[in-house]
Design a protein around this ligand. Structure first.
Ligand code: AMP
Length: 140
């Protein structure tokens, strides 16, 4: 459990540009947007990282993510969107309260804005995949 800036926004103690709210979730415009329309979807449960979020609040986020994304795309004219969710400082998480970024991309407009991904694929052998998969499945 954590009492972050997002908990203060949820409680109304800190102002934010709120674009959506229900019993489980709020959505606000990001104060430091990577592109026009960059927004955050935040479960009201004060879990720091996704692995500690309850199924109920996770489902509530999943329920509204597509709808909020559609609205942002329609208003901004975004041609593509990245959904980003960081967990832990090593993954770039700055605020210790689960949140999903909706980050629009624009083809032919606003070049250089939005999420830039440095993605260097590795490889996965058959043996490795079988062993890893077996261990993970045991916990699910
Ligand atoms: P992350 O690195 O995934 O933890 O991202 C945290 C995000 O929260 C950043 O994109 C910040 O710009 C954003 N942020 C921090 N404080 C506020 C705030 N008071 N209102 C809106 N967005 C915020």
């Amino acid at each position: 459990m954590t009492d972050s800036i997002f908990s203060k926004i949820i409680r109304g103690e800190v102002p934010a540009h709120k674009i959506y709210e229900d019993d489980f979730v709020i959505s606000i415009l990001d104060i430091g947007p990577l592109s026009e329309g960059h927004a955050l979807v935040i479960p009201k449960e004060p879990a720091a990282t996704i692995d500690t979020l309850s199924d109920e609040f996770a489902a509530a986020v999943g329920r509204v993510l597509p709808r909020i994304t559609r609205a942002i795309q329609k208003v901004t004219g975004a041609t593509a969107v990245n959904i980003l969710q960081n967990n832990g400082a090593d993954a770039g998480q700055a605020v210790d309260h689960v949140h999903f970024h909706i980050i629009p991309k624009f083809t032919g407009r606003n070049p250089g804005t939005g999420l830039m991904i440095d993605w260097t694929p590795g490889s996965l052998s058959q043996d490795e995949a079988l062993e890893l998969g077996k261990q993970i499945k045991r916990l699910l």
